[in-house]
Design a protein. Sequence first.
Length: 341
Amino acid sequence: RSPQGAASGDGSPSSAAAETPSTEDFSLSLLDTNLPAEAETELRSFIAKRLTKGALFEGMGNVALVGLSIPENKIGCYYCHFQQENLLEMATLESDMNAPEYVVCFLGGSEKEDTFRLELDKYIQSLKINLALEQKTLETYVNPYLRSWFENAICPIQRVVQLFQEKLAFLLHAALSYTPVEVKNADERTEKDISRFLAAASLQGLVQEETMTSLCIAMTEEQHKSMIIDCGGPQPQLHNAGSNRFCEDWMHAFLNGAEGGNPFLFQQILENFKLKAIQDINNLKRFIRQAEMNHYALFKCYMFLKNCGSGDILLKIVKVEHAEMPEARNVVTVLEEFMRE
């Protein structure tokens, strides 16, 4: 059987995909691309070598610099190997037909595509679920889907920064504090962008899952159950929104980065934002452990909370994490009283 393949892209960022059989003796068959013929051949050769070496794992993308005969010469390439899922009927063990396999390639300005590797993996997963072999499907769904990869997978955070401007601080605060958010009067893309930003800015995966669940419950039970974002006007209107100095400082970092219009920079700022929040949480936990035996360390806890700019959120997080630890819980109770005063 000769394998099939697909490639697609739009504008400066490009993309490609190819189907491969399970044997080492294979070829890559092109379905669609916006690369010049010579560059496409070079990319196909690059992918074939990776396949021969067994360097591609199904559903897990990779990023590498590739040399192509285009003005940029060296260009960042995200490539992902996946197998088509048959949602209509399951293949039997007796079947002698292998499920089609593909390699999708997205080409950008540099190897910075690695910054968005997980987002691109999710983008491919959605393609994998919906992909079918009918030509109609390729023309009406697959090709347009691949061509819009940069707009849909890379730019959402940038669009949210541009939309919210100074109000971004409230969005960062909601993400960090696990405050429920309700979006009204927004088009589908804007609603997805906001949801994506909140997920990316939260500490999900960086704090314990039990802590995250308890925080979500605690925030939902508070008097202001959710922050409401009304996108009915030219600028989003926010209700029940909270903020603090930490989030306001990082909001300015995002707005300063907006001058260059580089989506990779926004992602890096977001990662740094979360890293600093985690560092502050770990520092506070260390101070609380010391404060269990030392009154001076209790004062250090208080001063840290007062000066870090995000004491309101950090105190909620450690309160949830230390709920079952009597000594630490007592320290947190005293700190709450100090902060109220």
